[in-house]
Design a protein around this ligand. Structure first.
Ligand SMILES: [Zn+2]
Length: 82
């Protein structure tokens, strides 16, 4: 499968997944605003109040944040048909 074009300007690193796991263990990750399959996502407004927002991967179509780039790719394919 071809990855979507790079449109995630707010994704500054590829370490989001492990970073989120660390924050989860520390209890500092905000509660997910929803689930898409088994993957949690957050509204941008929720993450904006959270200082480590740059660790998430953002969908530019609907402003959902994902902990892993793989989750974002699956979201774009499933929801936006790309
Ligand atoms: Zn989206």
């Amino acid at each position: 499968m071809t990855p979507p074009p790079a449109g995630t300007s707010r994704s500054s690193s590829a370490t989001g997944s492990s970073a989120i796991s660390l924050y989860r263990r520390k209890g500092t990750l905000p509660a997910a605003d929803g689930l898409e399959g088994s993957r949690a996502w957050w509204w941008e407004a929720t993450i904006d109040r959270w200082e480590n927002a740059r660790e998430l991967h953002w969908c530019r179509e609907c402003e959902h944040g994902f902990v892993a780039v793989l989750g974002l790719k699956e979201h774009i394919t499933r929801v936006h048909g790309r």
